[in-house]
Design a protein around this ligand. Structure first.
Ligand SMILES: C[S@@+](CC[C@H](N)C(=O)[O-])C[C@H]1O[C@@H](n2cnc3c(N)ncnc32)[C@H](O)[C@@H]1O
Length: 159
């Protein structure tokens, strides 16, 4: 995340689980930034909250419990700098709706880091998911090499 997440940014971590990426993102955004961690499992969110407290980062992390069909982030529309969805889209019953919701949450020029595990998601399925994103005014800006993952960085258009 280092090349993309900067001080003062607002970041969403979709499917955060216990915060493997949320906590490092919270360090990168600094005390003027904000990270919103979203997961459907309450026990994951509770564990993330405990870990954030322990790390002294709870003050810059908001947690949300969503449903399997809605991320419940409509209130963030146009306010997010970077969205992360790591190893979660393939678990969703309707990833297209989630991608639309993520696209709406981002500012113009905002970034969407999307990664899926190669063990669970074929290259063809990942391409299909990325095509859904590309229908939402995203362009591909990087294809980072991520351990055991397909990964893309997409940038939302400015319009
Ligand atoms: C494989 S874990 C990945 C966790 C984290 N992103 C990481 O890479 O360490 C997938 C997480 O996505 C969550 N999840 C599954 N379906 C979801 C949905 N529809 N909306 C939000 N989170 C979901 C699960 O509860 C789980 O915590």
């Amino acid at each position: 995340m280092k090349p993309y997440v900067k001080e003062g940014m607002t970041v969403i971590d979709v499917g955060s689980a216990m915060g493997f990426f949320t906590l490092p993102a919270a360090k990168l955004v600094g005390d003027r930034g904000w990270v919103i961690a979203i997961d459907l499992q309450e026990k994951m969110i509770r564990s993330l909250q405990r870990r954030a407290q322990k790390a002294g980062l709870a003050g810059r992390i908001e947690t949300r419990i969503c449903s399997s069909t809605s991320l419940k982030i409509d209130d963030l529309a146009g306010g997010v700098d970077v969205a992360l969805a790591f190893a979660v889209l393939h678990e969703m019953p309707d990833s297209a709706t989630a991608i639309l919701s993520i696209a709406q949450s981002l500012k113009g020029g905002g970034l969407f880091l999307m990664a899926e595990p190669t063990g669970h998601v074929s290259a063809g399925d990942f391409r299909q998911t990325s095509e859904v994103a590309l229908q939402q005014d995203f362009e591909i800006v990087a294809r980072p090499v991520v351990w055991h993952s397909h990964a893309l960085v997409l940038r939302k258009g400015l319009s």
